[in-house]
Design a protein around this ligand. Sequence first.
Ligand code: FAD
Length: 365
Amino acid sequence: MSNTTVTKSDDVVVVGGGQAGLAIGYFLAQQGRDFTILEAAAEPAAAWRARWDSLKLFTPARYDALPGLPFPGDPDRYPTRDEVADYLTDYARHFELPVELNSRVRAVRRSGGAYVVELDDRTYEAEQVVIATGPFQTPLVPAIAEQLGDEVVQMHSTAYRSPQSVPEGLVLVVGGGNTGFQIAEELSASRVVHLSIGSRQTPLPQRLLGRDLFWYLDATGLLRKTTESRIGRRLSGRDTLIGSSPRRLRRGYAVELHGRAVSADGSTVRFDDGSELQVAGVVWATGFRVDHSWVDAPVFDHAGRVMHQRGVTGSPGLYFLGLSWQHTRGSALLGWVKDDAEHIAHEIASFRPEPATQPALATTN
Ligand SMILES: Cc1cc2nc3c(=O)[nH]c(=O)nc-3n(C[C@H](O)[C@H](O)[C@H](O)COP(=O)(O)OP(=O)(O)OC[C@H]3O[C@@H](n4cnc5c(N)ncnc54)[C@H](O)[C@@H]3O)c2cc1C
């Protein structure tokens, strides 16, 4: 990539055109800045479109808006996956945000006081870069998946679309988070379903006394407790299960529960309580890891975690947005990502570049 032609120079390049990329785009447009949002996918809202067909948000519409444009329709309903995809698509269009699709960034590196952003076919140079590539990137599947025989149909939750995705017969869903519970509930209408819960999450009701859970979290200020506060630190260590519980799943949906899945052999899966099960299919709702290996800057700790203060890194002009618990519980949610986006937009506005020691990239034509 060293001989790449510089095709464009911008004040700011935003990598990722999901809700985080669009939210920062809104503020950058307000500043009248010269910027580009580079999105790997061929369509807007790619992450939402890739989720299962029947997905409904756990946040009501009143809490699903990005800055400047309300989420349409009844504010108390729980929008579908497709409504979010439509909203994000309209949002980019409404504010004429400069999103370039089919633009996967392969590398970001610092050079001569600026950043070089490399794609397969072109390169950008920018003083400032915002990485907004999402909190849920690379599907995580436990090693025991490899011990299952070929006769078992298995998939990560990102490949699950609807009950037609899995075979007839007994299906094991692995993962005790919102995704595992929702998929197990859906499958239980047409399949015998078992759910393996490795670590229990705190169940919270979706609605209480006629109000949505997020109304309480917002009104009590809990959603804005930062990772630096005592309560924020405690909350960030625990995941919550919204609108379901192991008991509800067992009683209401006849889903049988197990502990952690620890080994597999052919079509048999074994659990940490010594029990075992013959399965026809497995859905791994076992989460994700982030992959920032393509960002070449000294901003990661020994475990590969981004070192930052509310998204601002020690590498001048390099920011992250939309990380899980980046600043608060709301950081990776539709309705609250604007708070961090606005903060980073202020940082961008007050940024003073270091004098360049050498040209960032030689332009070759
Ligand atoms: C199953 C599920 C349900 C959820 N439900 C809710 C809910 O009800 N309410 C709520 O508020 N939040 C919910 N969330 C959380 C959060 O809103 C979503 O995860 C949201 O998609 C995060 O937005 P984002 O913009 O940070 O990342 P993403 O939506 O993942 O967008 C990142 C974008 O970056 C692009 N990209 C990645 N790498 C590159 C690269 N190298 N170059 C260029 N582009 C790149 C991707 O193609 C993608 O479009 C849910 C999450 C999941 C997984």
